[in-house]
Design a protein around this ligand. Structure first.
Ligand code: SAH
Ligand code: SF4
Length: 345
């Protein structure tokens, strides 16, 4: 069965004409899909033989709301979405002065096994299709009756471990005939799969690449992020420099501050010298405590200490605002709790 919502408009046209239906039908189908219909029966202006053909050969992928939590502090909304095959992922909608932003998932689980991450702890099930990533945005927009203006690929999963589907998603979501959210409003976060960073650079998208660094050296990074054994810090930083040269886009680094693990003055000095000369920005994040983990948030004064030390190396750093702390808004946590309540699937 063809995942019809993952097709580009031109591919849909080709599919329709190859199967002996007139080209203009593709536009009609495309419009219905963009309106969020969930079955071919709802495509009222199509002839019966075309609906029959579509039902036999294609399916419409969905992201149905299984659970929804609204933060009472700041109106952050967290969804647990259910796909056609019953798998779940999480998405979070945040409201900022300049509009709504959504954090979407790219895989059910993750293979990368970072020790501080709830998703990493829950294992890997499968990658999402382009339409499943897209549907998280569509379903949230429809439910909240809003238009989302910014997307971060920072939910469950490693986007660069699902490269082709993520590229397809990026092209579909930025298509002016589709959701039309421009690349400048999209951030892709990666744990640092170096060859894929080079591959992504070749597309020269105007998105922001955000690299989850979380440590200033290989010793600490390899302990918390197994991917570092394959692509160590110096190789990763070189890839970021090359990414900037190829795309002209400033790279951001995520640094989750963990008490007594990566937050000393020496760690900040090391981070400063590592990143010196690279056109970048550092987001400092207080690590979220995940069930079953021994990591704790750094003391609050450590953030300013990092900002001050990094600035001596010419590097700007800011503290990421935490939203939705009462609803476990960091991805991976809701699904884990939901499945535990249901009996731990
Ligand atoms: N796999 C990608 C994107 C999803 S994770 C990546 O790792 O970048 C999104 C972000 O959340 C990453 O920066 C990740 O390191 C961070 N993260 C995961 N668990 C966290 C936790 N317990 N506290 C703070 N940040 C966390
Ligand atoms: Fe995967 Fe990112 Fe979590 Fe690491 S931090 S386990 S790469 S989702």
């Amino acid at each position: 069965m063809t995942d019809i919502k993952s097709l580009y408009f031109e591919e849909l046209q080709q599919y329709i004409t190859e199967n002996d239906f007139p080209k203009f039908r593709a536009k009609q189908i495309w419009d219905w899909l963009n309106k969020g219909v969930k079955s071919f029966d709802e495509m009222k202006n199509l002839p019966k033989n075309l609906i029959d053909f579509l039902q036999r050969s294609c399916y419409i992928s969905v992201a149905n709301i299984e659970k929804k939590l609204v933060s009472s502090y700041d109106k952050t909304v967290k969804y647990l979405f259910r796909f056609n095959d019953g798998e779940f992922v999480e998405s979070v909608v945040m409201s900022y002065k300049h509009g709504y932003s959504i954090c979407v998932s790219t895989q059910v689980g993750c293979k990368m096994g970072c020790t501080f991450c709830a998703t990493g702890k829950s294992g890997f099930s499968r990658s999402l299709t382009a339409s499943e990533i897209l549907n998280q945005i569509e379903s949230a927009q429809e439910d909240l009756n809003i238009r989302i203006s910014n997307i971060v690929l920072m939910g469950m999963g490693e986007p660069l471990d699902n490269f082709d589907n993520v590229i397809r998603f990026l092209k579909l979501v930025s298509d002016e005939k589709g959701l039309n959210i421009g690349m400048r409003h999209i951030t892709l976060s990666t744990c640092g799969i170096v060859p894929k960073i080079y591959e992504l650079a070749e597309y020269k998208f105007a998105l922001t690449l955000s690299v989850s660094l979380h440590a200033p050296n290989n010793k600490i990074r390899s302990k918390t992020m197994p991917v570092n054994n394959k692509y160590p810090v110096e190789v990763l930083i070189k890839a970021c420099k090359d990414y900037f040269s190829t795309t002209g886009r400033r790279v951001s680094f995520e640094y989750a501050m963990i008490d007594k693990v990566n937050d000393s003055d020496e760690n900040a000095v090391e981070l400063g010298s590592l990143l010196k000369g690279l056109n970048c920005h550092v987001n400092l994040i207080p690590v979220n405590n995940v069930k079953g983990s021994t990591y704790h948030k750094s003391k609050t004064d450590r953030r300013q200490a990092f900002i001050d030390i990094l600035s001596k190396y010419g590097i700007t750093a800011t503290v990421r605002r935490t939203l939705g702390s009462d609803i476990n808004a960091s991805c991976g946590q809701l699904k884990r709790n939901h499945l535990e309540v249901k009996g731990g699937e």
